[in-house]
Design a protein around this ligand. Structure first.
Ligand code: ZN
Length: 444
């Protein structure tokens, strides 16, 4: 919490032209300033800043507001974080509310863990660059992958040697205890990919093994901890958020190297679910920045089918989902190494397919003329359509799928209606239960 007096001081000190200029090149026009809007792509400036009123506004996309709103939007921060950002810029000391002992304790554990992770990140980076093994094993691997120096630095990649043991290592998962009580390095002999939160803090690491004969898992990741909840993090979101807002689209891929290679080729609005299927927390994280997701697939049909259910959750959130199938033998990583951003984008534009259409065609191919399989497929597609919140979008899909599946529209409408009813019933029951519990709690 920041007290009102401090907020007033921050607002007095912060000059809108000064703050916006950190991110946008402004030109004076009359009493105002104009520049290219940082929130959407444009060629002629429609972003206007009024120093007298202390506000900015884009006349094309409508985004803007006072200094705090601008920082919140541009840096994707909360109101409180934006105030702290401004306080830092203007050297204003922020006095925060006293924490309770319990809060202090929790905070000090979390802070220590972040400190350990940051220390470890710097250490891994340093080993990669200055230790013989880091150079010959780790750096050689990254070079083979074609990663440029600036990209290795940007993503804070590193290498882990054996023998590293300060405190908190077990808690953060950098080490684990064996049955006899001795500690083992989790990431020994692996190249290191730090996992960043939305605000750029290191919460976890992914380590990739380099020995080809190794009998261990190809990737190991930090376990869950006080600061790392896997289901709430997306790899690359810290580096992608601004570009996602600007492009109003997020590319979804599977692995660390997919994200990094796409960045290197110039496509920055990309995040990875890190091999697991999407969780509601991850979906909300993307939804904060855009409504539009494009999932990039390699040709692995088993993998695609396994991911279909996760995508239904995106539909449920009311997001627009497209799918791109990469050419046979390519994944997002290898394709990025062969193509620059313009060509990559051109391929995506030419091959982007709506998700429901993609899923319908995929399952149709599978079912062939088998009537039982076809019936199952219709049920499956109907389920996907029924979770879409918008009734108009649902009816558009019903129309299209009736043609693709050669099933009467009326029948699909009836089936979607049935499922919708079941869903509403469930929601109604959940609400009733919540009410009853609230009443009970109030009565006690
Ligand atoms: Zn704009």
């Amino acid at each position: 919490m920041i007290d009102q007096a401090t907020i007033d001081r921050i607002m007095d000190a912060a000059q809108i032209v000064d703050v916006v200029s950190e991110f946008v090149t402004l030109r004076k026009r009359g009493v105002n300033y104009v520049g290219l809007c940082p929130f959407h792509s444009e060629k002629t400036p429609s972003f206007s800043v009024s120093p007298s009123k202390g506000v900015c506004k884009c006349f094309s996309c409508g985004k803007g507001g006072n200094v705090v709103h601008f920082i919140m939007e541009h840096e994707q921060l909360s109101y409180y974080e934006a105030l702290k950002w401004l306080a830092h810029k203007y050297n204003i000391e922020v006095k925060e509310r006293e924490l309770t002992d319990e809060e202090k304790h929790a905070q000090s554990i979390r802070e220590s863990m972040f400190v350990v992770n940051e220390y470890a990140r710097d250490y891994f980076q340093n080993i990669l660059r200055s230790h013989v093994e880091g150079q010959t094993v780790g750096m050689t691997y990254f070079r083979q992958r074609g990663f440029r120096d600036d990209i290795i630095t940007k993503f804070q990649l590193g290498y882990c040697l054996k023998g590293y043991r300060p405190e908190y290592l077990v808690k953060t998962g950098l080490c684990y205890a064996r049955d006899d009580g001795s500690l083992r390095d989790r990431f020994w002999g692996r190249v290191i990919f730090p996992v960043h939160t939305l605000s750029g803090k290191v919460v976890a690491f992914g380590g990739r093994v380099l020995k080809t004969d190794a009998k261990t898992a190809k990737y190991v990741n930090s376990p869950e901890s006080e600061i790392y909840h896997k289901s709430n993090e997306l790899y690359g979101i810290y580096f992608a958020k601004q570009s996602i807002v600007k492009q109003d689209r997020c590319f979804l891929v599977e692995g660390y190297t997919d994200v990094i290679s796409m960045h290197q080729s110039g496509i920055e609005n990309v995040v990875a679910s890190s091999g697991t299927s999407l969780t509601p927390g991850q979906i909300r994280l993307i939804h904060r920045f855009t409504n539009n997701i494009t999932v990039l697939y390699d040709g692995d049909m088993a993998g695609i089918k396994a991911s279909l259910r996760g995508i239904d959750m995106l539909l449920e959130e009311g997001m627009n989902i497209k799918v791109v199938l990469l050419p046979d033998g390519d994944d997002p990583d290898s394709f990025a190494r062969k193509h620059n951003a313009t060509d990559y984008q051109a391929y995506i534009n030419a091959h982007e397919v709506d998700f429901i259409r993609f899923k319908t065609n995929l399952l149709l191919d599978d079912a062939g003329n088998d009537p039982i399989k076809r019936a199952g497929l219709i049920t499956d597609i109907v389920r996907s359509i029924s979770v879409i919140p918008d009734a108009i979008v649902r009816s558009v899909y019903i129309k299209e799928c009736s043609q693709l599946l050669q099933v009467e529209e009326k029948l699909l409408i009836a089936e979607v209606g049935k499922l919708k009813e079941v869903q509403l019933e469930k929601e109604y029951k959940a609400q009733r239960n919540a009410q009853i519990q609230a009443q009970r709690a109030a009565g006690e």
